[in-house]
Design a protein around this ligand. Structure first.
Ligand code: FES
Length: 93
């Protein structure tokens, strides 16, 4: 894969940036997330999360199943405010 490949399209992070951070010793998902904002975009890391974990696993020789991923907190998709307001009104009745 070309190092200029965008790994996290929500935050515009390239494979090269991820590999540089790993080579500097940042070998956990959370560390890389805090430094680059991967996983913090609208998709919540659905696209980039596994790619970053794979890079960490390849670079460190660890099993990808043993690496921790961040917690995904709801809402995981955009929610229109009128739906929230309607639900609140329904609960008041
Ligand atoms: S692609 Fe990384 S948070 Fe969406």
């Amino acid at each position: 894969m070309d190092e200029n490949t965008i790994i996290c399209r929500c935050s515009d992070v390239t494979l090269k940036q991820i590999r540089e951070l790993i080579s500097q010793g940042y070998t956990t998902y959370d560390e890389i997330k805090r430094l680059t904002r991967i996983g913090m975009g609208p998709c919540q890391g659905k696209t980039c999360g596994q790619l970053v974990l794979r890079e960490i696993a390849n670079a460190t020789g660890r099993n990808i199943a043993d690496l921790s991923f961040h917690n995904i907190r709801p809402p995981v998709v955009g929610v229109k405010l009128h739906l929230v307001a309607e639900e609140a009104e329904n609960n008041e009745e």
